[in-house]
Ligand binder design. Sequence first.
Ligand code: SAT
Ligand code: MN
Length: 596
Amino acid sequence: MNDTETAFQRHGHVPAPHPEARAWVMEMADLTQPDRIFWCDGSEAEKEALYAEAVRQGVLIRLNQEKLPGCYYHRSHPSDVARVEQCTYICSETEVEAGPTNNWSEPKAMRSRLLGMAKDSMKGRTMYVVPYLMGPHGSPLAKVGIELTDSIYVVLNMRIMARMGQIAWNHLGMGTDFNRGLHCLLDLDPARRLICHFPERNEIISVGSGYGGNALLGKKCLALRIASALGRKEGWMAEHMLIMGVESPTGEKSFVAAAFPSQCGKTNFAMLVPPEEFKGWKVWTVGDDIAWMKPGPDGRLWAINPEAGFFGVAPGTNAKTNPNAMRTIQRDTIYTNVALKPDGTVWWEGHDDPPPAECLDWQGRPWAPDSKEKAAHPNSRFTAPMVNCPNLAPEAHDPAGVPIDAIIFGGRRPNTVPLVFQAFNWSHGVFLGATMGSETTAAASGAVGQVRRDPMAMLPFCGYNMGRFFRHWLDMRKSIKYPPRIFHVNWFRKDGDGRFLWPGYGQNMRVLQWVFGRCRGRSGAHETPLGWVPRFEDFNTEGLAGFTRETFEKLQAMNADEWKREILQQDELFMNLYQFLPKDLIFQRELLVARL
Ligand code: SAT
Ligand code: MN
């Protein structure tokens, strides 16, 4: 037994029984030299102790427990508020394997550089051992990860976002298939920030950031980057998709998976509340960010949500845009980088409450309604357990997952792209996903509001060569006897005066209803160069005040000049990937040009 081990034993925690995991933890502890090792068991008692410790350290502020029971508040370092794609690396054996859209670094050299940075970095600190399970216990799709971190904030977030503690050891048993994740805060210097993935080793090392997708290693790092690479090898798919159920008044249920880039309303869509006119229709939330999908023995595509919580964007969330989220975040929630009110509650731009007369902004500075800057950071977040969600689908806990009838791709596009259309077939659908574009948002650092290609919303999250990722999508068709129908949506189209043409939010139920009908061969459509589109009479506009046939035509309009420009823009990505691009996609492009 070495010194570190003795130190943690003095604190009375029971070490993991798993010999391989234990050996790796001890190896990392010898490297990072923490004063103390804390093995998380995921219990309620442990949760209380961790929150108390985080408050004592000033990492968290306890919010008003009468108004927001179990809720806490965190401010991250002002330079550490979003994912940083320029510091994110795929360290596969070869550069080709990472592909032209990822940063690549030679794994051996990068690994020793990272371990060098991690050396002694936990001196005087605690190393938390966070075993976690992605997916329902017992699911053949679920995966175990172990994150070692010196951030108590990360531990408490992981506790919400994943099934954490003993449950992970139970799932792992004596198996050796688990992801190794090492996370060190260092001094949060952006110049020493690196988020590195080693797909062949099933390993992640992240240093220099405490924020969201950079630090909660179960989320983007494991559940998307590493998992996408594993999925390609093992015949399944890890996708940046929400999962939701739609139930008709007669009790028919369909499940839908949808990919939109970060901050394009996945959480709002996943938790949608149908408008009043939709009596008897129900929407069920399964997940709001990630889907793991595998063909089932019945020939359909089955999906699980590997997460157990929501890491949602706070600004713009209110009782109108997302009433279910508002209910979800009233308790047991961690708020990050929002504004703090004097009564110990929180506020953000687009909150139901009017701007507070005074509060502290996300950096802790006094803020008043006449302040020039925003009170909450545009990428401020809530971390909330999914069990709080009033319309959580019971199937969210089902190890088998849910069968997917429709896949929806979408982006934030002020022009060019219609509200909704349907792909002719699977290959065409893959083409629609592969050519997706969206305006950039505050979820990643960098300029906001420029259209960039974001294939399947996976550009920042694909753990291998994007061209091969498209090939994998096309190949999956062979193992899915009853493939989901594929659709494309755009809630964000504007008129000449810059006003949104579509009300969005709950009204997106109308699009969902058309999709639901298409999956059952009921909704009508007509064929256009882009795909199948609803005619005005195919689309339910009942009760949608002031929405005319003319508005609908504008929303659905296909402008040939805009589409020529669009195809040229798509070419940029295609050129970049050219040598890896499946022929089918080039063929789909030719077909589109010919149809236009
Ligand atoms: O910070 S995260 O990467 O977890 C959120 C997002 O960008 O979708
Ligand atoms: Mn996301």
